[in-house]
Design a protein around this ligand. Sequence first.
Ligand SMILES: [Zn+2]
Length: 223
Amino acid sequence: VPTAELDLEGPLTELLAYGRRLIEDGLSIGTAGNLSIRAGDRVAITPTGIPYDELEVHDICIVDLSGEKLHGHRTPSTETPMHLALYNETDAGAVVHTHSPAAIAVGSVVDVLPAVHYAILRLGGHSIRVTDYQLFGSDGIAAATLAACRGGRRGALLRNHGAITYGPTLAAAYDAARLLEWLADVYWRARLLGEPRILSDEELDEHTNEAERRRYLQEAPSQ
Ligand SMILES: [Zn+2]
């Protein structure tokens, strides 16, 4: 099936652009990491084993929500089950999986990335969970990722492996990946200096309420 008939040309071009950014921004090296976009009941996902700067539109794989390949001459990412678990169980429109260094370092030491900064709220909770170590590409890593994202979390750290984030669009999922790496990096630096102070649930709720109040004031029609 030609990609034009699948009406996925926009998402395919976007996957190439963000794949290159993954390397440029230091969120992965070589062929590591993978990205996908959902379009209805189809998922466009990067193939396994091709460097991002060599990737072309026709290399992107199209699979259905059960993982059946619908289009593409390449092998879909080995982490396709992890991406599909999120599409099947959350409102994800795009998923980004990285091997970003601070995320891996922090995820190999702690069970939870706590709120050293209120920006963590943009990832849908007061902390980010770390999964147990699971073999890459396994149903176990897919299940552990889903469990770590429960309660509306838009990301998780994968122990001794990397990070995963999702969002309504690829731009949002990618921003979440950069934010998660930044939060892990800040926490790492703080831990080098001592035991960091963590924002309490009350302080985080207060922040959310204040942000909503200010947004309301901005949006309220002036009399
Ligand atoms: Zn990986």
